[in-house]
Design a protein around this ligand. Structure first.
Ligand code: 1HN
Length: 348
């Protein structure tokens, strides 16, 4: 049964002050705050960041700050509910928009946080991960798992922008975040190494059959193929169900990274759908088309390249704004972390 718990004011001041002086506190005045009934307390707000609002500031950063002075030229999407300085889109997910200009390089390093890139605009960008040069085309997802060397470059014209998603709030929060710098990597893997090896009709080079399975066999997921899969899946998915694919490690069929999960959604023309409420927090990013997202009673109109924060346990309804064109969204969530912690829940 719920009862009113004692407050700090109910205690003799000398007793309370004595506790504080000894770096101690009574639990009961704070117990319900840290352990509420039924649903967690959440400071995360259902925020929308419009690309049209952020892009001019990112381009201006390109004029104001040379890459050498930035290392990574990023405007961070900060959830005001969590405090801007915390640089959290959700409690576990860091999101930034990164700009690289023609001819620039973002130097090689590796670090303990897990990172991914989702390409927003431009041509000619690339990331080298573990000796594999990965082209960055609009909508591609590129993984930079913890501990793997990575550096970025730009061989094309015009700006290249991508969305960075990291588990930085988790890794920084547990005081485990650091990086090591290194000299530029030698590209020692053939072009298309990961994709060519693992994504051709479900077959692999025969001699690799008995090989030790690698943690990260596939580092680049081309949008073109994800979109094709979603479109085909839409043809066989009942009208009242969500067309939703997960990015996985093709060798295990499981999530491709340990803390963050990645998926893509297709909203069919005119579709409006309520998502199952989940324990995981997530970030939604418009890829093609647009519509509205209702998040815990707040409705945002979103379009291409707009990004939204979804708190844990949130009620979410998505609607395609077009009656003729599909809309596509990319999703980053912390479901893999919730699963590992044994707290992942889906509610009907
Ligand atoms: C990082 O390493 C990158 O490699 C981007 O592009 C953003 C934000 C915080 C910490 C490390 C990158 C980052 C980051």
């Amino acid at each position: 049964m719920s009862t009113e718990l004692g407050r700090v004011e109910d205690l003799p001041k000398d007793y309370y002050d004595g506790l504080v002086a000894k770096n101690t506190l009574p639990l009961w005045p704070s117990l319900r705050a840290v352990l509420p009934y039924g649903r967690p307390a959440r400071r995360t707000q259902p925020v929308l960041w419009r690309y049209a609002d952020v892009r001019p500031d990112l381009m201006r950063a390109g004029e104001l700050t040379p890459i050498e002075k930035a290392e990574r030229r990023v405007v961070v999407l900060c959830n005001p509910g969590l405090g801007l300085e915390a640089m959290q889109a959700t409690p576990t997910i860091y999101i930034g928009l990164q700009l690289i200009l023609p001819g620039e390089t973002a130097p090689n390093h590796r670090h303990t946080p897990t990172a991914v890139r989702f390409v927003v605009e431009g041509n000619g960008g690339f990331t080298i991960v573990n000796g594999e040069k990965l082209p960055m085309e609009k909508g591609d997802l590129i993984l930079t798992p913890p501990g793997l060397w990575h550096e970025h470059g730009h061989e094309g014209q015009g700006p290249v922008v991508w969305l960075d998603a990291l588990d930085l709030p988790v890794i920084y929060g547990i005081e485990a975040s650091y990086c090591i710098e290194g000299g530029s990597q030698a590209v020692d893997k053939p072009a298309g190494h990961g994709n060519g090896r693992f994504r051709q009709g479900g077959v692999i080079p025969y001699d690799t059959l008995g090989e030790q399975r690698t943690d990260y066999p596939l580092l680049r997921f081309p949008w073109k193929e994800v979109k094709q899969t979603l479109t085909a899946l839409a043809g066989v998915t009942p009208k009242d169900q969500l067309v939703h694919v997960a990015y996985v490690n093709p060798e295990t069929g499981r999530e491709c990274l340990r803390t963050l999960g990645f998926s893509a959604v297709m909203l069919r023309p005119g579709q409006e759908i309520r998502l199952k409420r989940r324990s995981a927090s997530c970030v939604l990013h418009g890829v093609e088309g647009g519509g509205t997202a209702g998040i815990d009673g707040v409705t945002h109109a979103f379009g291409e390249a707009d990004t939204m924060a979804v708190p844990t346990h949130a009620e979410v309804t998505l609607a395609n704004g077009s009656g003729t064109q599909p809309a596509f969204l990319f999703m980053v969530d912390d479901a893999p972390l919730h699963r590992k912690l044994g707290i992942y829940e889906v509610f009907e």
